[in-house]
Every structure is written in C-alpha cells, then in structure tokens.
Write a protein that binds this ligand. Structure first.
Ligand SMILES: [Zn+2]
Ligand SMILES: [Zn+2]
Ligand SMILES: [Zn+2]
Length: 773
C-alpha cells in the first residue's frame, strides 16, 4: 500500500541546503515525490509505504541542516500520483513573502578542510563556502534569495562551480555565493592611499607587515576591521592614538580554543558559544598573566574573545602563526563600520597603514555580535552578525510594524505575522553617518523582508534622530512609546508573556512622560499601558550630557541632595581633590536650575558612587564608571549593604538613595577600602530593589517580574537580584536573545504599538510634543 503526503515547511529553509537534504532523506528510503521552494518556505510531496513515509516525516525536522530554522510544519494527506523517484522542482518565483534569509555563517569544517588541503581546487581560496556556511544576509540585495539578487551576481560561475551548483547531491547545490579561484572574488593589498601593491600573495604580504606592528584594515563579512598583533603593546598604543579611542576595550580574535584558554577562563559553555556558527565576541574573565597587551582592555575584568569566522581570518592566522589579533570595528570613534573599499580608504586611511580588500560587495554592514554568559545562559549585549536577520517568535500575530528604536545602540524592528525581525546593531544616532546607516537599514530590511509597515513606533524623546525621522513619515499610524515601557515590553515579548507584570527598568537615560529623564523605574505594565509604580528620587543632572561624561558632577548632585550645601565641609578625599570652584559652579547651576534637568537614573547613581569613592571622575566611553565600580565590588566578599529609603509619595513609591551617601561618607571617614564600599553599594541596591518588588506584589497581586535596561548588563546586580527575587517566590523573566540595553528597545516599541488603540488624539499629541522643540 502507498500513501502520499504534502508537507509545508516554513522558516529559514532556502539557501541552507534544505532541498538536497530532503532529496537524500527521500532517496535513502526509496520514496517518490517532489520538493520546491514556495512562498512559505518549501513544499514537499512524499509518497511510499506508510511506515517509511511516517519515518521520513518524523526525521525531517530532526536531522535538518545546521542553518535551517524551521518555524512551522504542516502535513496533510493527498491522493497518490504515479511518480516513482524523488525530484527537485524549479523554484516558484513571484510569491515568496514568508521565506526567510539566513544570517551570515562561519566557515564550516568541510570547507576548512578543503581550504588547507593542497590537493583541493579551492586550496587557500579566501572565499570558499557551501550551503552550510558563508555570507548570506550581508550580500542579499533583494528576494527571493538567489545569486542574481546578491552581490555575487558580478561573478558568473565557471563550469566546475556551475556543475556543483546544479547537482542535488553536492554540498554546494544552490549555494548562492559558490565560487573558486577561477571565477570568484579576489584579494588585493592596498597602501594607505588606496593604491594596489604588487604582491603575488596578498595574505603573505599583509602578515609580514602585521608582524612589524603595522595596522591592517581588513574587509571581512559585515565590514572592515582594524587588525593588529594583540601581543604587541606598541601596535595597540598606535591604534588607540590613531582611532582616538582612549580606553574602550578592543576585541581579540584568537587562533583557536586552545589559545582562548590561555587568555581567559573558559568553561564548556564558553567553548560551545565561542565555536558556535554565529561566532560572537564573548566577554570572558581574563586569565592571570597573559601575553595580551594590558592596554587592549585596560581596567577590565573581562576580555572580548572570538574565533576566526571567515576563511580569510583562518588564512591570516595560518600564514602569520599569530595566537591573537586585535580585531576592532573599522571606523572612526562612534561612526558606522566601513564596508566599501574606496569609502574605507577615505575614512580609515589616516588610521590603517594598509588595506586587505576584496571585490565582493558588502550590501549592508553588520558588526560583530557581543555576548556573555550568566550561569551558563546566553546574554546578548550587541546582537548583530550571525544572529540577524533570524526572527524572534512572538506570542501572537501582529500587524506589520516598524519600530525605530532609541538613540544609543540603535536597532530597528520589523514585524510580520508572529515574527519580529530585530536589525543588526546600527549604533549611536549622534552623527550623520549613523543616521544614513539607519535610513539604509530601514529601506533594505523592509525590502528583503517584504514588510510595508502600517504603524511606526518611536521613542518619546523629541530630539532623537529616530523620532524625528518617524515623524516625517506619511500614511502610517505613529505611536510614541515611553522608553522604559519599551524595555519591559521587550522583555515580555522575548519571554512570550501576555497580561501584566511588575517591570524593573534600570538604565542611564530615557525620556519620561513628565519630560524628565527617567532611568530607575519600577512599572506595573502590560503591552497596552503602564503605570509608574516606583522610581528613584529625582536629582539634578548638572550640565546634562556633561554630567554623563563627568561622573563627579553626579557625586556633587547626590551629595548636595543628601547633606545640603554643607556637604562642602565634609572631610572626604573626593572633596579634597575636587577644586572648590568647580563644586560651587555646579551648586549654582543646580540652584538656578540652569541646564539641570531632573533625573531618576540608576546609571547616574552608579556614576555618583564611582566618583565619590575615587574610582572614576570622567569617562571615555559609555558606562565606564559603572563597569569599573562592578569590577571593584567583585573583589570583595562583603555581605552587608547600605540603606536606601523607600517612601510613599504622590501615589507611588520613591526610592531615596540619600541614606546610602551618608553611610558611604562614614565609611570613607573610617578608611574602609574601596572594594568593600563598592560591594556594600551593590548589596544595598539589590536588597532595596527586592523590597520594592515585594511592595508592588502586595499592591498588585502580580508575581511575574521582568528585569530590563542596560543596568542589568552588570552581572553582579543582575545575578544577585534574580536569585533574591526567586527565593522570594517571584517568577523572574529577563533577556537572553535580545539585549537588555537599548539594543532591545525597538522590539518593545513594536509590541506596545501593536497593542495601542489607533486614536487621533494620540497621533496629534506625539506630533505636538515633538513640534514643540
Ligand atoms: Zn562550508
Ligand atoms: Zn568557479
Ligand atoms: Zn534604556
């Protein structure tokens, strides 16, 4: 007896070797039928004896190729047909709305073996790839995904490549970037002026100059990197000076896991993550006494390590016998990473000594992803290459929405049915280059994901470039979303929660509904609305952005609030070192309310404490003071915590840190060490937040709590608070796949917008708020 079934498979199943896989699965069992790419993914018809068909259906998702991501399988009976063998049918073009594009993937083991096999036709070919690996997202111009619509269209395949491409049994069947020495992209070595150097082997030549300590700009998958030898302090120093990057840590690419274990403490989870096909930068605790130059990540407990992912990286390591190379984004300070050869020479020529370029175009830049582990669980810090544009599955279907994110660490988010597509890291929208990238990303992603948004969600901050852009868009419904509401909604969305939760949203800056700068917020929130149930007491942010760059200003602000102006008479090292005139200037500024907006920021509280106890007075990158304060606290095993007051005021709870400053000043007087003070601060904060959570549970009867916002990148706060809340019986939710910081905002904005009622007042209200500036 024969049966025939139709199986519709949705998800990332095109361009990942799915059809040859299904072909093998069917022919191994002597089953007949067909497979074709369709709008939703692929459609399979399979025919044969019932037990074999059953076996085929059950194995289909289990043994799928590594890159396939199946989101749905639909099986239905159908009448038998006369076909005996299994056939791959030509693709249906035209309708393809649900097919998904794979992220870029690290070179696979099979290709690596061929890369270093002298007998292989692709021996040492820097662009080797197959259906299981290689570039995808960054070379796609349009959909459906095939060679003509990628930047590989400039390279017609040679006969050998074409034969592999057409053979369903071959590992390169329909591998769109398939190429070889004969027909594919090639490398060139350029000098700093962009003139090609005569080098028979550009890699050998590049390696020689890297060994001399020169700075190489190398074009990778998602953009350029600056590469230098990580064990050469002089090279690190030169890169820091030229890139004008004083202290912000550099990421280090290591030759292999063995090398990684020499530089950092790595366990089995870290090994797995480092060697995953996404090949993210993983933040790992530094090992003691390593050969890596200290200036690579000064004053850091962690070092960002990653393994080679493009064949070109493997070739550099092999030719140069390096163990570790600094590989940092090819950009000037906070501008986007360069992707085009000529653009790179123009923008990076003053930094790089030479350029290793190739002629395969990168169509959309994509930075390296940055992740870390907390108790064995992934935490995304910068979700980009390797993860994007794989979608996140939502708890229900949404209309087509574009959410434009915040200002710092901007990402955008597009939704279609029950899927949310978070963009790669776009960066800080503070310069025209980043804003151009933002516009490119909106255009490009809407096109390749075929989403025409009916709704655009944006932050409430009227001065954000993303907000301003949203407000110029016509024919769509606009929804302004409060920053911390978006954080909590992102956490709910990632965990597929519906209903209402207690949300702790802690970060540096977010525009509040009262026009003040929020940042230490406890909300009772659902997607549709929220109530601000508790927050840190307001203090002035003297000088606005200057107070973010100079944490000592926040110390003055908090001391003035805790002690009144008398604080200037306190006998503490902070005041002995601070010029009296500077302190008085800040006090005047605050008293006259000049450039001193009010803030409930948790991030600025960390800044104030870090400055007060002498850890850092000025920062050269975001969150530097808080990171160093955490590091200091980690070297103490102190269990006591400082007190913070919680009081009822105007219908909600206010968390007042003043008592904490009193206690710190006392400890400073007793010469308690910095590490102990840092730890007591962390402990006190965690205890207070847990108490607030319990108060809100009593009031609301809610037991689910979401933790979101950049402060939760501080693992000491995050891990201790989660444990404390769990032991208090809370159901604790947090982030894993989506950044807790502002990189996750756009997801939350999309969810809030999806649940907002389309009222005219809301539209005009947001417009007015933004027109006002
Ligand atoms: Zn491969
Ligand atoms: Zn070829
Ligand atoms: Zn935020």
């Amino acid at each position: 007896m024969q049966v025939r079934k139709e199986i519709q498979v949705a998800g990332i199943v095109q361009g990942v070797g799915f059809r040859p896989y299904v072909h093998r699965l069917a022919t191994d069992r002597n089953l007949g039928g067909t497979i074709s790419n369709t709008s939703a993914g692929v459609t399979i018809e399979i025919q044969g004896p019932p037990d074999l068909v059953e076996d085929f259906v059950s194995r289909l998702p289990e043994e799928a190729p590594a890159l396939a991501q199946i989101t749905n399988v639909l099986v239905r009976e159908m009448p038998c047909k006369p076909d005996r063998c299994f056939e791959i049918l030509p693709s249906h073009t035209g309708q393809h709305a649900s097919a998904l594009i794979s992220p870029d993937v690290a070179v696979c083991e099979d290709c690596l073996r061929e890369l270093f096999d002298p007998q292989d036709p692709r021996y040492l070919y820097p662009f080797i790839n197959c259906t299981n690996c290689g570039p995808r997202f960054t070379i796609v111009r349009d959909v459906p995904y095939d060679r003509l619509r990628t930047s590989m269209s400039a390279f017609p395949m040679c006969d050998e490549c074409r034969a592999e491409y057409d053979d369903p049994q071959n590992r390169r069947f329909h591998a769109q970037p398939n190429a070889c020495w004969e027909c594919g992209p090639q490398l060139e070595l350029w000098n700093a002026q962009g003139r090609a150097l005569k080098a028979p082997d550009p890699i050998e030549a590049a390696v020689e100059r890297l060994r001399l300590g020169e700075i190489l700009a190398v074009k990778g998958l998602g953009g350029f990197h600056f590469a230098i030898d990580a064990v050469n302090p002089a090279a690190v120093e030169r890169l820091r000076q030229r890139k004008r990057r004083v202290e912000k840590p550099f990421a280090v690419m290591v030759r292999d896991l063995e090398a990684a274990s020499r530089f950092c403490e790595i366990d089995s989870d870290a090994r797995r993550l480092l060697s995953s096909r996404q090949r993210p930068i993983v933040l790992l605790p530094k090992a003691k006494d390593t050969a890596i130059a200290e200036t690579v990540a000064p004053n850091q407990r962690d070092l960002g390590l990653f393994l080679p992912y493009a064949p070109l990286h493997h070739l550099l390591f092999a030719a140069g016998e390096f163990t570790a190379l600094v590989m940092t984004s090819g950009n000037l300070s906070e501008e986007p990473i360069a992707i085009d050869n000529r653009e790179a020479v123009e923008r990076l020529g003053g930094i790089a000594d030479f350029f290793l370029v190739h002629d395969r175009e990168i169509l959309l830049r994509c930075d390296d992803s940055v992740v870390r582990l907390s108790a064995g669980r992934l935490r995304q810090i910068r979700r980009s290459r390797g993860y994007v544009p794989a979608p996140l599955r939502l708890h229900k279907e949404l209309p087509q929405i574009l959410a434009v994110g915040g200002e710092l660490k901007n990402t955008i988010c597009l939704t279609r049915r029950n899927l949310a597509f978070l963009s790669q890291h776009i960066g800080d929208l503070e310069n025209i280059e980043s804003f151009d990238f933002f516009c490119d990303a909106v255009r490009h992603l809407s096109r390749i994901l075929e989403i025409e948004p009916e709704v655009i969600a944006h932050d409430l901050h009227p001065d954000y470039l993303s907000t301003k852009w949203a407000l110029t868009q016509k024919g769509v419904r606009l929804v302004g979303v409060q920053h911390h509401h978006a954080h909590i909604a992102a956490c709910m969305a990632e965990n597929r929660i519906d209903g209402r939760v207690i949300g702790l949203a802690l970060d540096g800056t977010g525009y509040g509904t009262d026009g003040q700068i929020w940042g230490g917020e406890a909300l009772i929130a659902g997607y549709a609305s929220f109530e601000r149930a508790a927050h840190f007491a307001y203090v002035p942010l003297p000088g606005g952005a200057a107070a973010i760059r100079e944490p000592w200003r926040m110390a003055v602000s908090h001391l003035a609030r805790a002690f009144g102006e008398d604080f200037l008479g306190l006998d503490i090292p902070f005041l002995q070192k601070l010029e009296r005139g500077k302190a008085e200037f800040i006090l005047r500024m605050m008293a006259q309310r000049v450039s001193s907006p009010l803030t409930s920021s948790c991030g600025r509280l960390f800044d104030a404490v870090a400055a007060l106890i002498g850890i850092r007075q000025e920062v050269s990158y975001e969150a530097q003071a808080a990171i160093e304060l955490e590091m200091s606290a980690r070297s103490s095993s102190e269990t006591a915590g400082y007190p913070l007051a919680i009081r009822r005021q105007e219908g909600h709870w206010q968390i007042d840190p003043s008592p904490l400053f009193g206690a710190i000043v006392e400890d400073l007087g007793r010469r308690v060490c910095t590490e102990t003070i840092s730890r007591r601060f962390h402990n006190g904060l965690v205890e207070t937040l847990a108490r607030v959570a319990c108060l809100l549970r009593q009031e609301s009867s809610l037991n689910q709590i979401c933790l979101s916002g950049g402060t939760f990148n501080n693992l000491l706060v995050f891990e201790h608070l989660s444990r404390k809340l769990e032991s208090d019986g809370f159901e604790v939710f947090t982030h894993s796949e989506v950044p807790a910081g502002d990189g996750g905002l756009s997801l939350g904005q999309a969810l809030v917008a999806a649940h907002s009622a389309p009222t005219e007042t809301q539209m005009s209200h947001t417009r007015k708020a933004c027109d006002a500036t």
